[in-house]
Each structure stands twice: as structure tokens, then as C-alpha cells.
Design a protein around this ligand. Structure first.
Ligand SMILES: Cc1cc2nc3c(=O)[nH]c(=O)nc-3n(C[C@H](O)[C@H](O)[C@H](O)COP(=O)(O)O)c2cc1C
Length: 306
């Protein structure tokens, strides 16, 4: 099985990826949180830093692009090619209202004729490989049949399917019947994404889809950074490793940002996911949320790793 780390805006940027890779070293491909090109051509400093080759050494990284304009996608893909990347990924899944109303992310799934033109343009103009990360529709899983027919017309490097519709956001359970359609009718290499949180979830998935050899994990890894090792049959991550992992992320954020606030903002977001693993009784949620200084934060979290 190949394991991919999902793109997660605000979380799985280059700092998280590098530290994760150092301690766990079990991911075959990392997808960057989306780059959102605009008419002014420039990238934000967050985006520039995220795709800099020196920030992504020794691991396979695929930049993800979120846009409704084929022209911007093509330009960004060419920029990524210049930086040495051999693949870019198109975001066809972001459910947020501000994104979807601009026809980006899952919004691109609403109008199949528009999407077809978009795909024609990008597959004609881009020289490096293009993979797609898609939901199964905007409102109804029935939309997925047409989408699969559409994707089958293009030389998609890999189709990553998160089998929810946009209306689900992250609610309900992934629709494995719809994923089954991709297994039967899809022509491309397939990767499954969605709600693989535990070894048990992973085993059930493998039993249901023995022919699939790639899975992408997002929240499962944030919750338990050692989960991929466990899925591979290895021991769970010990508290010592988790502490080193945590401390190095904290240190890297402290170097990258000025002032305690942005660093703590990032760390608090991580703890939203990681706390159930280290603090099943939820005694720390409020304490961590209230920390205003890094020194205070360090004191608060220290006992969690003991
Ligand atoms: C905080 C957050 C940020 C996300 N950012 C992105 C993103 O930038 N691009 C993308 O394609 N999906 C994004 N996603 C969706 C994830 O990549 C993934 O598809 C989703 O979380 C389902 O996988 P999981 O159940 O393994 O977490 C994001 C999800 C979350 C919770």
C-alpha cells in the first residue's frame, strides 16, 4: 500500500511535512495545501515558502492548485515545473462557501461542460503530470457517474477520490458504493481518501477494496501521527517520539514566525486534532486554548508527554 499525506490548509505546510517526515518517514507522497493563483501572478509568502525546493528536500511533494481559471492553473503548473516538480494536483473538493461560489474546489463539479473545457485546456497546455483530487459531486452521489466519464477522457496521472458530496462537508460517512463505481468504471490509477482514522478503519477498507494500493490520510495522521506505522503493522508511536515530534514543530514555527501569537495559533490547531490521543479525558482543551505565551504553553503541555 502507498500512503499519502492529504493537503490540509493551515496545517500540513512544509514545516509539518518536514518534521513528520523526519520522525515517521512512511509517506510516499505529500500534497501541499492548495496554492490559489490569481490575476496578479504572485504567490503569497506562505505559498512561496511551501513549494520552495529547499523546503521540500528528500521527499516526494506534489503542489496542489485551487482555481476556476484554466489559464491560472496552466501558469502555476509551469511555475511548478520550473521549480522541478513533475506533477501538480487539481483541487476538485474544497467545500467552503467562499471557494465554491467562485466555482473553485468542489464548485468546479457543478457545471460539467465548464469542467470539461477546463480539463481540455489544462491537459493540452501543461507538460508535467496532473492528478485530480475530487469529491463525488456537489449535491448527489448520482453526479459521480458523469464525472467519472469525464475524467476517463483525460490522461489523469492519478484520481484521488474523497467520496463525499460538497453538501456533506465533512459530515456523514464516505460513500464506499460511489468509490466502488470508480474502481469499476474508472480508467485511472485510484487513491482512496476519507475517514481512515484507525487500524480497524484501514483493515475494513483493505477488505472491501483489495485491488486499491494507495490511500491518502489527513485527519487520521493529525490525530495520531504514528497511525501509518500502525497500519503497516508496526508498534504505536511512543510518547517520547511524540514529544520530539511536537517540540520540533514548535521550534520550527517559533523560527518561522515572529511573536508568540502566530506560533500558538498553529500549535493550538494541531492540538484540536491530537488531544484525544494524549488526553482522552479532555482535561487540557481549555488550558491549552487559554495559553498566551509560548513559555506558559510549554508548561501546560509538558505533562501530556509523560
Ligand atoms: C483543516 C483542513 C484543511 C484542508 N485543506 C485542504 C486543501 O488545502 N486541499 C484539499 O484538497 N483538501 C483539503 N482538506 C481536505 C483533506 O485533504 C481531506 O480530503 C479530508 O480531510 C478527508 O480526509 P481525512 O478523513 O483523511 O481527513 C482539508 C481538510 C481540513 C480538515
Amino acid at each position: 500500500m502507498r500512503f499519502y499525506l492529504a493537503p490540509m490548509e493551515g496545517v500540513t505546510g512544509y514545516i509539518y511535512r518536514n518534521v513528520y517526515h523526519k520522525y515517521f518517514h512512511n509517506i510516499d507522497c505529500y500534497y501541499t495545501p492548495f496554492l490559489a493563483p490569481n490575476k496578479n501572478h504572485g504567490f503569497s509568502s506562505r505559498e512561496k515558502n511551501d513549494v520552495k525546493p529547499e523546503h521540500n528536500k528528500g521527499m516526494r511533494v506534489v503542489p496542489q492548485i485551487l482555481t476556476s481559471q484554466a489559464e491560472y492553473f496552466i501558469r502555476t503548473a509551469k511555475d511548478m515545473e520550473q521549480l522541478g516538480y513533475d506533477e501538480v494536483n487539481l483541487n476538485l473538493g474544497c467545500p467552503s462557501a467562499t471557494v465554491v461560489t467562485k466555482r473553485k474546489g468542489a464548485g468546479l463539479l457543478a457545471d460539467h461542460a465548464y469542467l470539461e473545457h477546463f480539463l481540455e485546456d489544462i491537459f493540452r497546455e501543461v507538460n508535467i503530470s496532473i492528478s485530480l483530487k475530487t469529491r463525488i459531486g456537489m449535491e448527489s452521489p448520482e453526479e459521480f457517474d458523469d464525472l467519472l466519464d469525464l475524467y476517463n477522457q483525460f490522461p489523469v496521472k492519478e484520481l484521488i477520490v474523497h467520496p463525499r458530496v460538497r453538501e456533506d462537508y465533512y459530515n456523514n460517512t464516505p460513500n464506499w458504493d460511489a468509490f466502488g463505481k470508480a474502481v469499476e468504471a474508472g480508467k485511472h490509477k485510484l487513491c482512496y481518501n476519507g475517514d481512515l482514522f484507525t487500524v480497524d478503519d484501514y483493515k475494513k477498507f483493505c477488505a472491501a477494496f483489495p485491488q486499491i494500493d494507495a490511500v491518502m490520510l489527513g485527519r487520521g495522521i493529525l490525530r495520531n501521527p504514528g497511525i501509518v506505522d500502525e497500519m503497516k503493522g508496526n508498534a504505536p508511536a511512543g510518547k517520547k517520539t511524540l514529544k520530539l515530534f511536537h517540540d520540533e514543530i514548535l521550534e520550527a514555527y517559533t523560527e518561522a514566525f515572529s511573536g508568540d501569537r502566530p506560533v500558538l495559533f498553529k500549535m493550538k490547531e494541531l492540538w484540536v486534532h491530537m488531544l484525544p490521543l494524549l488526553d482522552p479525558e479532555e482535561g487540557y482543551t481549555k488550558k491549552i486554548r487559554k495559553a498566551e505565551k509560548i513559555s506558559e504553553y510549554k508548561r501546560i503541555v509538558a505533562p501530556l508527554f509523560e
